[in-house]
Design a protein around this ligand. Structure first.
Ligand code: RVP
Length: 497
């Protein structure tokens, strides 16, 4: 006979937090959102800790290098999507690892033989006014000069004038040597009243530009998530089919952590993938697995060697797995069950395996609820897809700006590996939709607001750290009538602009 779970499967909107005693310690400046990303012995420091408990979803429409850089600069981590050729995913990882705050790889480059017409066309395309002149016109060629808008008059000068005739030649440039710090670069910029400082290696090859404005920008990111080499941390999604080729390429590119990406992770395919990674690399390569929704799934993947476990089936905003396959579980119930399994495992072994709540977070308070229910960090797609930094197009529909957002199980993503069962035949139905989300501007502004609200909620609950919240939160179920009471009600709302 089938096993029946008698508990109703519930989601975040059905719960509220009950305030705990807010002591005088509970002020926003004392709150830390630090949280472990990977398994570790109780009492020891994990190999990676996030500075904010957010990771971005392993999705084409979310986690490209631009978003990964911005999220890491703000204390979280992206998993670069795996539904692409191995070489292009490794390239995206490399882009994030190469990023040095304030050190920009030049995206506008020409040779001395190019013309003013080429300069004008390039400036129009990149919208950047500083052009590196290199021997071969590449970003890392031998630096021969610099062109800025002060070097030419677009209306008056002949368009066929050669770059070499109006660039500032190398002999007149102030440059910095590769290896100098950002504050040293800024000192040179300051001393010489420069706008741009080219950084070159010992062979005079252009490596980076440092722009005057970027130094201030860097100081805005005290939570930046970087390693001891100061490089930003980045993750990448993998699948249980081409891992023997994909993992080495990602490791070679410098990836910090991997995650096997599947809507249903309780499978022998994932077990094999985990075992191969651990056998090949030991603990040098960190890898999460999932998704699961109960204790059995958690125990199975932890036993196979997973460094964290991802929880959730069917709760994602673009996900129709529950409708299509009839599998899944309310996200809150799944999380509570897996968190209990994690705690039992910790009691038994002294090892803490972090869990990630993946998908279905709609309101900012859901994020605090998920942490209070035991999640160590949260994976979000819709939330990040709305920002400037996500890789998709911004469009205007009616009077509103939107960004595109599509599921990895949609035809558009063509990522059937993620949703099939590991056999050679791909499944022929969609588990995700193609959609729009309201455009929300810069990630940083939105994160500041969301984190500010979360911190306020934590203070109300009397918790100044994530573990304290997990230990002391009081959570109550709410009736559907009291959910109505929670919004504005029985008033006539004034029109909002
Ligand atoms: P959300 O944040 O609610 O948009 O959910 C994002 C999550 O949805 C992803 O991290 C992933 O687990 C899931 N997803 C992604 N694509 C699909 C699909 O096509 N069904 N689901």
């Amino acid at each position: 006979m089938a096993v029946y779970l008698n508990d109703v499967s519930r989601t975040f909107g059905e719960y509220l937090l009950i305030p705990g005693l807010t002591t005088k310690q509970c002020v926003p400046t004392n709150v830390s959102l630090k949280t472990p990303l990977v398994k570790h012995k109780v009492g020891e420091k994990p190999a990676i800790e996030l500075n904010i408990p957010f990771v971005s979803a392993i999705m084409q429409s979310v986690s490209g290098p631009k978003l990964a850089i911005e999220l890491a600069r703000n204390g979280g981590l992206s998993f670069i999507f795996g539904s692409q050729p191995i070489a292009s995913q490794a390239d995206m990882v490399r882009k994030v690892k190469k990023f040095k705050a304030g050190f920009v790889i030049s995206d506008s480059n020409l040779t001395p033989e190019n013309t003013l017409a080429d300069v004008i066309a390039l400036v129009q395309r990149t919208e950047h006014s500083t052009i590196g002149v290199t021997d071969d016109g590449t970003p890392n060629g031998k630096l021969l000069g610099l062109v800025t808008s002060r070097d030419y008059r677009a209306e008056k000068d002949p368009l066929d004038r050669k770059v070499k005739d109006f660039m500032t030649p190398f002999s007149k440039l102030i440059v910095g040597d590769l290896g100098i710090t950002l504050s040293e670069a800024n000192q040179i910029i300051w001393d010489h009243k420069l706008n741009t400082l080219p950084i070159i290696d010992k062979d005079q090859k252009l490596q980076y530009f440092v722009f005057r404005k970027d130094y201030d920008n860097h100081r805005d990111n005290p939570k930046e998530l970087s390693g001891s080499d100061k490089k930003l941390l980045v993750g990448a999604g993998i699948n249980s089919r081409d891992y023997m080729e994909r993992v080495p390429a990602l490791v070679e590119a410098g990836v910090d952590v991997l995650c096997i990406d599947s809507s249903d992770g309780y499978s022998e395919w994932q077990q094999e993938t985990l075992q191969w990674i651990k056998k090949t690399y030991g603990d040098k390569v960190l890898v999460g697995a999932g998704n699961v929704v109960d204790k059995e799934g958690f125990d199975y993947l932890v036993e196979a060697g997973a460094d964290f476990i991802k929880v959730g089936i069917g709760g994602g905003s673009i996900c129709i797995t529950r409708e299509q396959k009839g599998i899944g579980r309310g996200q809150a119930t799944a999380l509570i069950d897996v968190a209990q399994a994690r705690d039992e495992y910790m009691e038994k072994t002294g090892i803490y395996v972090p869990i990630c709540s993946d998908g279905g977070l709609v309101h900012d308070y859901h994020m605090v609820l998920a942490l209070a229910m035991g999640a160590d960090f949260l994976m979000m797609g819709r939330y990040f897809a709305r920002f400037d930094e996500s890789p998709t197009k911004k469009m205007k529909i009616g009077n509103n700006f939107v960004k595109e957002y599509w599921g990895e199980g949609s035809n558009r993503a063509k990522n059937w590996q993620r949703y099939d069962m590991g056999g050679s035949e791909a499944l022929k139905f969609e588990e995700g939709v193609d959609s729009y989300v309201p455009y929300a501007g810069k990630m940083k502004d939105n994160l500041n607001l969301t984190l500010g609200k979360m911190i306020a909620t934590m203070c109300s609950c009397g918790a100044i750290t994530v573990p304290e919240l997990q230990k002391n939160a009081k959570i109550t179920l709410v009736s559907s009538t009291s959910i109505v009471e929670g919004g504005a009600h029985d008033v006539i709302l004034k029109e909002q602009n």
